[in-house]
Design a protein. Sequence first.
Length: 590
Amino acid sequence: MCGIFVQVTQTDELSHRHPEELSQRLREANATRGPDARKSCCISLSRVFLELFSSELRLRGNSPVIQPHQNDSGAILCWNGEIFAGLDVRADENDGIKLFQQLQSLETGEQVRDLFASIEGPYAFVFYNATAQKLFFSRDPLGRRSLLIHKPFVKNPYFLLASVTAGSDPGYAFEELKTGHIHCLDIALLNKSNDIVSAFDGCLSLFARSDPLLGSPNFYYAEPAKINSTLPPDDLPVQLPVHNLDVIPAWLEEPVERLISRLDHSVMLQVRDIPQDLSLKGQSRVAVLFSGGIDSTVLTLLADRHLPRDEPIDLLNVAFENPRKIKLQKEGNINPNKKKSKHKTFESRNGSNDVDSDTSILSDYMVPDRVTGLQEVEELRRLCPERVWNFVEINVPYHESLIARSRVEGLMNPVRTVMDLSLALALYFASRGVGQVRSNPMNEPVPYTSPARVLINGLGSDELLGGYGRHRSAYKTGGWAAVIEELQLEIDRIPVRNLGRDDRVISSHGKETRHPFLSLDAVSFLANLPVQHKMDPRLPLGVGDKMLLRLAARKLGLVEASGRKKRAMQFGSHSARMEGDERGDKVLEG
């Protein structure tokens, strides 16, 4: 993981240079993503000036690394990513160094494209070939790492790339870099021009990840797989018990085993090679963004297989003090049974039925995700009693969320909707990892800050396995064909939805999120399965949605998790609608 900032400006006119004060703000913003090291490489040509800045968060190899990577011929690589497949990287090696060795001999866009089509992992990169004087840059096909682009225009005639902006300064016109191409800026050609603005488009080339003439990717990791479009038979019976998942039908036994195997392999690759010297003995290296839902719980159980037994795993569970919700509770406008069950859960954990003032304060944080999180950590403790499970209660007072809002809005930029903010706030505080833990449910909490640099995230399962309500709606209106079409749209939308935003927010704490469901191998496996193997919208919620994952969870012993219903993070944590009922798609003011 690292932060990247690149600027290309003209040197002959002061008015065309990027203001140094803004440059420094961008360096600092991207330095927080990589607290271990930072460096700039500068190149001055006759009419063009380049700066390539990187910061480093060390998560691979036995030795510290300083970025950008640079060789004697002047080639430079800014690498923000992880290579999990396609390139042989030993546990004691740094993947950025190995990739740089491969890149140094490449000069054409086709060569660079083909190299990246052969590797799997989340990444964003900028590579400067000094011999050819070309600047290559891109993100992985799913957009799991952020890279923003600012193209030159008359008022602000400079070209910028950055992992994160320095807020929403009007001097910038950043947008998310699209993932479908390898981009190449011909610096040699740009250097011949007197005007970077008018010359820019003619100097920029795009190399598609897949060749449309061939109708398929050039390499396995060039782009996400397409959905299996085979329709189920018209007379497909409902083959699961309507109200439980106790029995796996014979025709689903193999898909269930294969799903567990694929997810297990994905988790293994993403947790096994984190350097042990980054933490003290007995400290966690891995944390999970943990709601107690089926996605995060399955991944947590699989992570237990691949980490030393004497190493804790941190379960980061965030809850917000939401004044609107609290007011509704006091007025009795929230389902009283739900309210009662929340208090009962808290009281039973503390061995008392007395609701004193302290209990009343803490019950403000007994949000849906806290309740399910507490239930699921107990299930994990029963299944894996040798592991220390640090259930980190991250309680966010309303005033603290208000203070953080401007910071989070800056990290989100360029996305600016109410829903983006509610999700980003939840991720910001959860990934910070500052909260409290209890040695057992009966004990008083003690302050705790998670030292883990790698955060496991369950995002992707709903898109790939049919977990959204819109998949059920599609079946009602258009049958299985409409469901298949909607699932293909889900994969198509992944690169342009939330991953860049989430990366910018989480990485601001010097941490990295990893998505086992979104390895291209896992995506390919799930995309190729017949739709009726993944879901059955004819069955009730909690059974038919993500049916295959529910059966896998049950097979793994996660009985409670297997029946959990879908709940969006912003509602489960109460980070949404803290002041009123604003629409999620409303654009933030300011």
